[in-house]
Design a protein around this ligand. Structure first.
Ligand code: HEC
Length: 258
C-alpha cells in the first residue's frame, strides 16, 4: 500500500512537472522534431523541425517580445499568410492545425521561452550555412549566366519562397503578372540551357579525345552567344519583376536573399 502511494505521488509530481522542455516535448514534438535534422530526414517530416522554425523566425524578427507574441499567436491562430517559413514549404506540409484550447496560454508562454532559449542550435546554423554554400557552388557550376555576382538576385526564386506572406502582400493582380514573367523566363532559359549543355559536352568530349581546339572553336563561340542571350533574359526578368513590385515589397524580400 505504502509503495503504491509512493508511486502515485511520484507519477503525479511527474505529471505536474511543467518545464519548458517537457511541455514542448508533450505538445509539439509529435510533429516538430526537437533534435537537429539532417537534410535526408526532410521528406519524412510532418512539419518543419523546431531548429528550422526558429532559424526562420530569427531571420525576420529581432525583438524577443515580437518573437514570443508571434509564437503565441501562430499556435492558436495559424494561417498561411502569417508564416515566416518559406511559402512553398508551408504548402508542402499543409498549414499547422490550431492548438487553441489544447495548450493553455500559460504553458504556451513557457514553451515559447524554451524555444527561444534553445533553438536553433549552433550545429543546425552551421549545417544550414554549409548547405547554402554548397547550393551556391552547385548553382554556379551549373549556371548558364555570364554574370553570377551575388548582387544580381534571382527574384523569381525569392518570390516563390515568400509568395503567400502577408508582410509581402502580393495582390492577385501582381501574382498573375509575376506568374507570366516567371513562365516566360523559365521557358526562355530552359530552352537555351539545353543547347548550352549539349555544346559544352561536345567541347569536353573533343578535348578528352585530344582533338585540336580549332575543331570546336565554333561551338565555343556559340556557347558564348547563348550565354549572353540567357543573361539578357535574366536581366529582363529582374526588370519586369521589379516593375510589378513596390519599393516596400522589394525591401521586404531583401533579408531572404541568401
Ligand atoms: C499536428 C502537428 C503539429 C503540432 C502538434 C504542432 N505543430 Fe507547429 N506546425 C505544424 C506544421 C505542419 C507547420 C508548418 C506549416 C505552417 O507553418 O503552418 C507548423 C509550423 C509551426 C510554426 C511556424 C509558423 C511559420 O512561420 O510557418 C510555429 C512557430 C509552430 N509550428 C509552433 C508550434 C508549437 C510551439 C507547437 C507546440 C505547442 C506546435 N507547433 C505543434 C504542425 C504542428
Amino acid at each position: 500500500m505504502k509503495k503504491t502511494l509512493l508511486l502515485l505521488s511520484l507519477t503525479s509530481s511527474l505529471m505536474f512537472a511543467s518545464t519548458g522542455a517537457d511541455l514542448t516535448k508533450n505538445n509539439c514534438a509529435s510533429c516538430h522534431m526537437l533534435t537537429t535534422p539532417t537534410p535526408d530526414m526532410i521528406p519524412t517530416m510532418k512539419a518543419p523541425a523546431m531548429d528550422a522554425i526558429m532559424f526562420h523566425i530569427n531571420l525576420v524578427m529581432q525583438d524577443k517580445k515580437e518573437i514570443k507574441d508571434f509564437i503565441l499567436d501562430y499556435v492558436q491562430y495559424p494561417k498561411a499568410s502569417k508564416t515566416v517559413c518559406e511559402s512553398n514549404k508551408v504548402q508542402g506540409f499543409g498549414v499547422m492545425p490550431s492548438l487553441k484550447g489544447k495548450v493553455s496560454e500559460k504553458d504556451l508562454a513557457i514553451i515559447a521561452d524554451h524555444m527561444m532559449a534553445n533553438f536553433p542550435t549552433p550545429e543546425f546554423v552551421a549545417m544550414i550555412k554549409e548547405v547554402q554554400k554548397n547550393d551556391k557552388i552547385n548553382a554556379l557550376q551549373d549556371s548558364p549566366f555570364l554574370i553570377n555576382q551575388e548582387n544580381l538576385p534571382h527574384f523569381t526564386g525569392l518570390l516563390v519562397k515568400n509568395w503567400d506572406k502577408a508582410g509581402l502582400g502580393l495582390t492577385d493582380e501582381q501574382k498573375e503578372k509575376l506568374l507570366v514573367v516567371r513562365k516566360e523566363t523559365k521557358k526562355g532559359v530552359g530552352k537555351l540551357k539545353i543547347q548550352i549543355d549539349t555544346l559544352e559536352s561536345e567541347v569536353i568530349d573533343a578535348m578528352i579525345d585530344r582533338e585540336a581546339p580549332s575543331t570546336v572553336a565554333s561551338q565555343v563561340d556559340e556557347i558564348a552567344k547563348l550565354k549572353a542571350e540567357v543573361t539578357k533574359i535574366h536581366l529582363k526578368c529582374i526588370a519586369n519583376t521589379t516593375a510589378i513590385l513596390s519599393d516596400e515589397q522589394i525591401e521586404f524580400l531583401l533579408p531572404f536573399w541568401e
